[in-house]
Design a protein around this ligand. Structure first.
Ligand code: NAD
Length: 299
């Protein structure tokens, strides 16, 4: 049976370190890190995400500001808010919660965020830094960065000689994870909806990352014995066994099958999920350290 990689515990370690370093930064005369979240509209999932990010920021000792705007907010008004936050010295990180309403050009808004405050790592400057291996100063997207910390726990920092297969090529998960694995010396293959014979490809992976959004697509016989399996997927499916209308969360990996074959595996929930918010806090602290002329803290 595989070792279960406990993302809640590792995420909590990251948060504890953020709290400690925040206290040190503040005691050394710096101001505490500031995180601004921007939510447009009333999407219930987005409301939950933004509320938990703001709460966690406060828990870390950050200056936390939440901007909640109506769904009909114009693109111009949103860009103006981003400009104001860019200029605000008490704010180190700006997070615009996606998705934005259809009348707003999300790319335009995200690219308007100052790269130094882009704690989501979506600005082209940060994407370019990650792509070229300029990791010292890059802001890396939170979920991929969290996945790497989990992989490091199992395999160490240098992944030389290992084959990694990433299923999914999105800009916010699949591609950045592939770049991080490459930077750690893995041999990386990125698979997607057009890939042929995905099960055979997946079986070649020492590190298998699933970031697709299809419940339990990766079966046990897709997993190489001893592989490290990172399940990024979060899918809500009906769970009639729990009662009428009830649901449960599952990943992109058929966990019960895969854990019999893998060497280590992340559960859903409790794997990658808690790492995402922890790395958002880590990125915000990093932005504050840079603003204070300090080096990037290690996580
Ligand atoms: P996305 O829809 O942007 O990308 C999905 C990718 O999967 C695409 O590149 C597509 O080519 C590929 N794909 C689709 N069907 C496929 C198939 N049959 N075979 C192979 N590849 C296929 O999704 P995303 O934003 O990258 O998110 C992926 C999953 O990760 C979702 O379940 C999402 O909820 C979850 N997610 C979790 C976290 C977290 O914090 N744990 C964060 C972000 C996303």
């Amino acid at each position: 049976m595989a070792d279960i990689i406990d993302g809640r515990a590792v995420g909590e370690e990251v948060i504890e370190k953020v709290k400690r370093l925040t206290a040190e930064l503040t005691a050394a005369g710096g101001t505490n890190p500031g995180l601004a979240t921007v939510l447009v509209g009333e999407d219930p999932a987005s409301q939950v995400y933004v509320a938990s990010k703001s709460r966690k920021a406060k828990e870390c000792g950050f200056h936390s500001v939440q901007h909640t705007l109506p769904a009909d907010t114009s693109e111009a008004a949103l860009l103006e808010l981003v400009e104001r936050l860019n200029a605000d010295r008490s704010i180190n990180g700006i997070l615009v919660q996606l998705p934005l309403p259809a009348h707003v050009d999300a790319t335009k808004v995200i690219q308007a965020i100052s790269p130094e405050k882009d704690v989501d790592g979506f600005h082209f400057i940060n994407v370019g830094k990650l792509g070229t291996g300029a990791l010292d100063t890059a802001f890396v997207p939170c979920t991929p960065a969290g996945c790497m910390l989990l992989i490091e726990r199992v395999r160490g920092k240098d992944l030389s000689g290992l084959n990694a297969v990433v299923i999914g090529r999105s800009n916010i998960v699949g591609k950045p994870i592939a770049n991080l694995l490459l930077a750690a010396n893995c041999t990386v293959t990125v698979a997607h909806s057009r890939t042929k014979d995905l099960p055979a490809l997946a079986r070649s992976a020492d590190i298998l990352v699933a970031a697709v959004g299809r419940p339990e697509m990766v079966r046990g016989d897709w997993v190489k014995p001893g592989a490290t399996v990172i399940d990024v997927g979060i899918n809500r499916i009906p769970a009639p066994d729990k009662g009428e209308g009830k649901t449960r969360l599952v990943g992109d990996v058929a966990f019960a099958e895969a854990e019999k074959v893998a060497g280590a595996i992340t559960p859903v929930p409790g794997g990658v999920g808690p790492m995402t918010i922890a790395l958002l806090m880590a990125n915000t602290l990093t932005a504050a350290c840079f603003a204070a002329g300090r080096k990037r803290p290690a996580f």
